[in-house]
Design a protein around this ligand. Structure first.
Ligand SMILES: *[C@@H]1O[C@H](CO)[C@@H](O)[C@H](O)[C@H]1NC(C)=O
Length: 158
Protein backbone atom coordinates (compact mmCIF):
# COMPACT_ATOMS: atom_id res chain seq x y z
CA UNK A 1 0.00 0.00 0.00
CA UNK A 2 2.82 2.37 0.79
CA UNK A 3 6.48 2.42 -0.15
CA UNK A 4 8.96 3.33 2.55
CA UNK A 5 11.64 4.55 0.16
CA UNK A 6 9.15 6.83 -1.55
CA UNK A 7 8.07 8.24 1.82
CA UNK A 8 11.72 8.81 2.75
CA UNK A 9 12.39 10.58 -0.53
CA UNK A 10 9.34 12.75 0.09
CA UNK A 11 10.54 13.54 3.60
CA UNK A 12 14.03 14.48 2.40
CA UNK A 13 12.59 16.74 -0.31
CA UNK A 14 10.11 18.43 2.00
CA UNK A 15 12.67 19.55 4.58
CA UNK A 16 14.75 21.94 2.39
CA UNK A 17 11.54 23.23 0.78
CA UNK A 18 10.01 23.92 4.19
CA UNK A 19 13.18 25.76 5.27
CA UNK A 20 13.10 27.79 2.06
CA UNK A 21 9.47 28.80 2.72
CA UNK A 22 10.35 29.91 6.25
CA UNK A 23 13.28 31.99 4.94
CA UNK A 24 11.08 33.60 2.27
CA UNK A 25 8.50 34.54 4.90
CA UNK A 26 11.25 36.06 7.08
CA UNK A 27 12.64 38.04 4.11
CA UNK A 28 9.21 39.61 3.58
CA UNK A 29 9.49 41.15 7.04
CA UNK A 30 12.33 43.34 5.70
CA UNK A 31 10.85 45.44 2.88
CA UNK A 32 13.60 46.72 0.59
CA UNK A 33 16.08 44.57 2.52
CA UNK A 34 15.99 47.02 5.43
CA UNK A 35 14.61 46.78 8.95
CA UNK A 36 11.16 48.38 8.82
CA UNK A 37 10.86 51.53 10.91
CA UNK A 38 7.21 50.79 11.49
CA UNK A 39 5.29 47.51 11.40
CA UNK A 40 2.74 49.33 9.26
CA UNK A 41 5.31 49.26 6.44
CA UNK A 42 5.11 45.48 6.24
CA UNK A 43 2.52 43.98 3.90
CA UNK A 44 -0.43 42.68 5.89
CA UNK A 45 -0.42 39.14 4.49
CA UNK A 46 3.14 38.63 5.79
CA UNK A 47 1.66 38.57 9.31
CA UNK A 48 -0.48 35.54 8.42
CA UNK A 49 2.84 33.62 8.39
CA UNK A 50 1.86 31.39 5.46
CA UNK A 51 5.51 30.44 4.96
CA UNK A 52 6.48 29.99 8.61
CA UNK A 53 3.34 28.25 9.89
CA UNK A 54 1.75 26.71 6.79
CA UNK A 55 4.78 25.62 4.79
CA UNK A 56 7.23 25.48 7.70
CA UNK A 57 5.91 24.22 11.03
CA UNK A 58 2.94 22.29 9.61
CA UNK A 59 5.18 20.70 6.97
CA UNK A 60 8.16 19.74 9.12
CA UNK A 61 6.17 17.24 11.23
CA UNK A 62 4.87 15.14 8.30
CA UNK A 63 8.34 15.39 6.71
CA UNK A 64 9.95 13.95 9.86
CA UNK A 65 7.29 11.23 10.12
CA UNK A 66 7.86 10.23 6.48
CA UNK A 67 11.61 10.18 7.08
CA UNK A 68 11.12 7.87 10.07
CA UNK A 69 9.02 5.33 8.17
CA UNK A 70 10.64 1.93 7.88
CA UNK A 71 11.89 0.89 4.46
CA UNK A 72 10.17 -2.47 4.39
CA UNK A 73 6.78 -2.16 6.01
CA UNK A 74 6.58 1.63 5.95
CA UNK A 75 4.84 1.40 9.29
CA UNK A 76 7.03 2.37 12.22
CA UNK A 77 5.12 5.09 13.97
CA UNK A 78 7.63 7.84 14.61
CA UNK A 79 10.30 5.14 14.96
CA UNK A 80 8.30 3.12 17.49
CA UNK A 81 8.07 -0.41 16.11
CA UNK A 82 5.97 -1.88 18.88
CA UNK A 83 2.88 0.11 18.08
CA UNK A 84 0.26 -1.54 15.93
CA UNK A 85 0.48 -1.44 12.19
CA UNK A 86 -2.96 0.07 11.82
CA UNK A 87 -2.25 2.75 14.36
CA UNK A 88 1.02 3.55 12.62
CA UNK A 89 -0.70 3.94 9.30
CA UNK A 90 -3.37 6.07 10.95
CA UNK A 91 -0.66 8.36 12.39
CA UNK A 92 1.01 8.76 8.99
CA UNK A 93 -2.30 9.68 7.41
CA UNK A 94 -3.06 12.23 10.13
CA UNK A 95 0.35 13.83 9.68
CA UNK A 96 -0.06 13.83 5.92
CA UNK A 97 -3.39 15.61 6.43
CA UNK A 98 -1.65 18.22 8.61
CA UNK A 99 0.80 18.76 5.74
CA UNK A 100 -2.02 19.17 3.23
CA UNK A 101 -3.74 21.70 5.51
CA UNK A 102 -0.46 23.63 5.92
CA UNK A 103 0.13 23.66 2.18
CA UNK A 104 -3.46 24.81 1.59
CA UNK A 105 -3.14 27.62 4.13
CA UNK A 106 0.16 28.75 2.64
CA UNK A 107 -1.25 28.60 -0.89
CA UNK A 108 -4.33 30.65 -0.01
CA UNK A 109 -2.31 33.30 1.88
CA UNK A 110 0.10 33.57 -1.08
CA UNK A 111 -2.74 33.86 -3.59
CA UNK A 112 -4.41 36.61 -1.55
CA UNK A 113 -1.04 38.38 -1.12
CA UNK A 114 -0.31 38.32 -4.86
CA UNK A 115 -3.82 39.52 -5.60
CA UNK A 116 -3.54 42.45 -3.15
CA UNK A 117 0.11 43.24 -3.90
CA UNK A 118 2.70 44.51 -1.41
CA UNK A 119 2.90 47.81 0.40
CA UNK A 120 5.52 50.21 -0.89
CA UNK A 121 6.82 53.75 -0.40
CA UNK A 122 4.63 55.18 -3.08
CA UNK A 123 4.22 58.42 -4.94
CA UNK A 124 1.65 58.79 -7.69
CA UNK A 125 4.16 60.64 -9.85
CA UNK A 126 2.79 64.17 -9.74
CA UNK A 127 5.39 66.77 -8.71
CA UNK A 128 3.62 67.84 -5.52
CA UNK A 129 2.90 64.34 -4.23
CA UNK A 130 4.82 63.22 -1.15
CA UNK A 131 5.68 59.51 -1.03
CA UNK A 132 3.89 57.56 1.67
CA UNK A 133 3.58 53.96 2.80
CA UNK A 134 0.56 52.56 1.08
CA UNK A 135 -0.59 49.69 -1.04
CA UNK A 136 -0.97 51.12 -4.54
CA UNK A 137 -1.86 47.70 -5.96
CA UNK A 138 -4.91 47.01 -3.83
CA UNK A 139 -7.31 48.24 -6.51
CA UNK A 140 -4.92 47.54 -9.35
CA UNK A 141 -3.11 44.71 -11.01
CA UNK A 142 0.10 43.92 -9.10
CA UNK A 143 1.56 41.45 -11.58
CA UNK A 144 0.84 43.35 -14.78
CA UNK A 145 0.55 47.08 -14.15
CA UNK A 146 4.17 48.26 -14.28
CA UNK A 147 3.07 51.89 -14.16
CA UNK A 148 2.11 51.26 -10.54
CA UNK A 149 5.48 49.59 -9.87
CA UNK A 150 7.31 52.71 -11.03
CA UNK A 151 5.53 54.73 -8.34
CA UNK A 152 7.29 52.68 -5.66
CA UNK A 153 10.29 54.73 -4.44
CA UNK A 154 13.57 53.05 -3.61
CA UNK A 155 14.29 53.08 0.11
CA UNK A 156 18.01 53.11 -0.59
CA UNK A 157 17.94 56.50 -2.29
CA UNK A 158 15.83 58.24 0.34
C1 LIG B 1 -2.35 51.02 -14.00
O1 LIG B 1 -2.85 51.67 -12.86
C2 LIG B 1 -3.09 53.08 -13.05
C3 LIG B 1 -3.47 53.70 -11.71
O2 LIG B 1 -4.51 52.97 -11.08
C4 LIG B 1 -4.18 53.25 -14.09
O3 LIG B 1 -4.41 54.62 -14.30
C5 LIG B 1 -3.71 52.57 -15.39
O4 LIG B 1 -4.74 52.64 -16.33
C6 LIG B 1 -3.34 51.12 -15.13
N1 LIG B 1 -2.75 50.59 -16.35
C7 LIG B 1 -3.12 49.44 -16.85
C8 LIG B 1 -2.35 48.99 -18.06
O5 LIG B 1 -4.03 48.77 -16.40
Amino acid sequence: MCSGSFAKCLGITLIPLAILCVLCNILLLFPGGLVAEDNGHITEEVWYFGGIIGSGVMMIFPALVFLGLKNNDCCGCCGNESCGKRFAMFTSIIFAAVGVLGAGYSFIVSAVAIHNGPKCFYTNGTAESIPSWTNPFVNGDYLNNHTLWEGCRSLWAS
